[in-house]
Design a protein around this ligand. Structure first.
Ligand SMILES: [Zn+2]
Length: 161
């Protein structure tokens, strides 16, 4: 079991990385809403010298998409709404030509919730509300303290036509 523990610690991002990813992806989502075909990203080399890199907007959209109604916080008000374009569960089912009747990306939902629980120091659970594997346009998730997931899912679904 020592090996599994060591391995999971190696693959988990640090709390600061998760927070930076959530904040960065929220900002990125705003820029990706523009109609430009490419975006310029500024990166820094080992000497802290800035460099501009031009990337197709479509490539940036391949990152996990944190949706604008998200309110990540270090307390019970935590709510995250996001799409995950390439879950391994949906990729495996797609590669085999299979579809399912319910959302199927349970591991991805739980894995992301584990990261965020650790990063935000509040226990949150993930729930997939739409899934590529059952024919939806994307794998879409919500994440919140478990006592509030039903409320958030109902609120979300009430806005769907
Ligand atoms: Zn899915």
């Amino acid at each position: 079991m020592t090996t599994a523990t060591a391995q999971s610690k190696m693959t988990l991002p640090a709390a600061g990385e998760v927070k930076a990813a959530v904040q960065g992806q929220r900002a990125l989502a705003a820029y990706l809403a523009t109609q430009f075909e490419t975006q310029h990203i500024q990166i820094f080399d080992d000497h802290k010298q800035a460099h501009q890199v031009e990337l197709p907007t479509s490539a940036l959209r391949l990152l996990v998409d944190i949706l604008a109604d998200s309110t990540p916080a270090n307390d019970e008000s935590y709510y995250l709404h996001y799409c995950h374009p390439n879950t391994f569960e949906s990729e495996v089912l797609r590669s085999k030509g299979l579809t399912i009747k319910t959302c199927g990306c349970l591991f991805s939902a739980g894995y992301s919730a584990g990261w965020c629980s650790d990063a935000f120091q509040v226990e949150v659970h993930g729930r997939e509300v739409r899934c590529l594997s059952r024919g939806d346009a994307a794998c879409e998730f919500i994440m919140a303290p478990s006592a509030r997931l039903d409320e958030y899912e109902a609120r979300l679904r009430s806005g769907w036509s």
